[in-house]
Every structure is written in C-alpha cells, then in structure tokens.
Design a binder for this molecule. Structure first.
Ligand code: LHQ
Length: 260
C-alpha cells in the first residue's frame, strides 16, 4: 500500500485511510494525491475490505491543495491538476462499491472539504469544521464540490458556503445534515470504527447497489429510478445474502453475509 503522506490500515474488513502530513494540516501534494487515487482503486478490488474510513492525522482533516507546491516553477496548470490528480480521487471514491465514512477530525478546507463531501457518510469531532476556502484564493469549488455540496445541504447553503467562505462548525454541520454524528475528538475513531463495522457486517452486494442507486436516483426521473431499483432488487433477491438474511431473521441470529 502507498506511503506518501497516506497511510492505510486494514483490519476486520475495514480499511482506514489516514492523510498523514500533520505539520501542513494534511495539505495535498502530488504524491499524496496519486497515492490516494491508487488506494481507492486497490480497495475496490480487495474483497477482504467491505467499508472504508477516511480521516486525517493531527489537528486537521485536510487543508486542501498544498499551496506551497502551487508556487513551484514546474507546477501543472490547474486544469491538469484536476484532470490528472483530483478528479481521479473523487471519481474513485464515488465508484468504490463500498461505503466510505469520513471521520472529520479537524478542519476540512478547499479540496479537503471536497474529499469529505465525496464520502458516503460523515462523522465529525466536536472541533471539526468545513470551509470551502477556494473563493479566498480566486478559485471555484472543485473536486466534485459543485456537485456534491448542493446535493448534501441544498443550493442556498451551498451558495453561502461557496461564496461567503465562512467556516461551518461541526454542530452546524450536524443541523445541516452535512455530518450524521458529532462526537468528542477522543471518541471519533472508535465511533467511526463502530459505524464502519456495522456497514462491513451488511451485505456487500446490497451496500454496493444502495450506494450506486442512491446516486443514480439523484439524476434520474421517478420511472427510471423505479426500473433501476426493480432490476437491482430482482438480482439481490436471487443472491445467497438475501437467503441468509431471511434465515437469520427466522433463527433470531445476526446474519453472516458473504457478498454471494
Ligand atoms: C498549509 C495549507 C495549505 C500548505 C495550512 N497548503 N500549507 C487548488 C489548486 C490546484 C488545483 C485544484 O484545486 C485546488 C483545490 C484547493 O484545495 S484550493 C484551497 C486550498 N486550501 C486553502 O486555501 C486553505 C489554506 N489554509 C487555511 O486557510 C488555514 O490553514 C486553515 C483554515 C485550514 C487552518 O487555519 P489554522 O488552524 O489557523 O492553521 P494555520 O493556517 O496556522 O496552518 C498551520 C500550518 O499548516 C501552517 O504552516 P506553518 O509552517 O506556518 O506552521 C500553514 O502554512 C500550513 N498549511 N494549509 N493548503
């Protein structure tokens, strides 16, 4: 697994990805971005992994693009940065057929916020915050944020966050539905782990289809969504996991899903 400011630990069917450049608030360098995209691609193929946690080392989740790297003479154009480094990460996150829990341990700024928005669920530490920050340096929200953020918080709040650029503290994020839980910093990783373990205990095929269909439903009309649900459910209804779920219910025991 890569080690360029990105650490990955796998245990009990959960992969924990930690952005690990705490002195620079986990600001993203090119090697980190490449490692992150590669990590999500590798996790997609790893059948031992059923849920993923994304978090940051130290006091920040991620401060977005490393702005010092942008001042280097050979820095790529912003278009190339996005095409080659950022878009592949968020594309891989959304395509990952496993749920991703963002464990937001501190500030998530710029593309760091975009990474948080690209997770399926978010849990935040009391001191965490979200700030788009892009506007402060004359840029627009990127790395998928123009797509994800209005879908999570609605157009009005997304406009405020993108244009006014004030930080949104964890408690406000909870009231907006931007995060699902707020816990103490000390409890963050154990709570994130408990959520990821619950997800990992679910049927991998049902989780993958749920993630895919919820996203597809956002962009489709009602009849298209009904057709997609029907096709997916028909397949899941023939799968061993559904039979196991029914048997576990009748036998009053937890199901043991295999993804078959
Ligand atoms: C940093 C950074 C950072 C380097 C803190 N870089 N060192 C951009 C361009 C290219 C392609 C496409 O997309 C993008 C997407 C983007 O991400 S644009 C947005 C980039 N991010 C920002 O503009 C956020 C900049 N950082 C901040 O506003 C603050 O640092 C926040 C609000 C995150 C935290 O504030 P504080 O808690 O007061 O911490 P600090 O500012 O004192 O930072 C601590 C250290 O981290 C400091 O280093 P030093 O050596 O002085 O201790 C900062 O320079 C460093 N750092 N962010 N993005």
């Amino acid at each position: 697994m890569p080690d360029a400011g990105v650490r990955v630990e796998i245990g009990d069917a959960v992969a924990t990805i930690k952005l690990d450049r705490p002195d620079a608030l986990n600001a993203l360098t090119i090697p980190m971005k490449e490692a992150l995209a590669r990590t999500f691609e590798e996790l997609a193929a790893d059948r031992t992994v059923r849920a993923v946690i994304l978090t940051g080392a130290g006091r920040a989740f991620c401060a977005g693009q490393d702005l010092r790297e942008r001042l280097e003479p050979d820095a790529p154009s912003l278009g190339d940065e996005l095409r080659e480094h950022y878009n592949p990460i968020v594309r891989a996150m959304r395509a990952l057929p496993k749920p991703i829990v963002g464990a937001i341990n501190g500030v998530a700024a710029g593309a760091g916020a975009s990474l948080a928005f690209a997770c399926d669920l978010r849990i935040a530490a009391e001191g965490a915050s979200f700030v788009l920050a892009f506007g402060r340096i004359g840029l627009i929200p990127d790395s998928g944020a123009t797509w994800t953020l209005p879908r999570i918080v609605g157009w009005s709040k997304a406009s405020e966050m993108a244009l006014v650029n004030d930080p949104i503290a964890a408690r406000e994020a909870l009231s907006l539905g931007l995060v699902s839980w707020v816990v103490s910093g000390d409890a963050l990783m154990s709570e994130a782990w408990a959520i990821a373990r619950r997800l990992a205990a679910g049927s991998p095929t049902a989780n993958a289809a749920t993630k895919r269909l919820l996203e597809a439903g956002l962009a489709s009309d009602f009849e298209t969504a009904l057709a997609a649900e029907t096709e997916a459910q028909d397949g899941l209804g023939r799968a061993a996991d559904h039979a196991e779920g029914l048997a576990a219910f009748i036998e009053k025991r937890p199901p043991r899903f295999t993804g078959e």
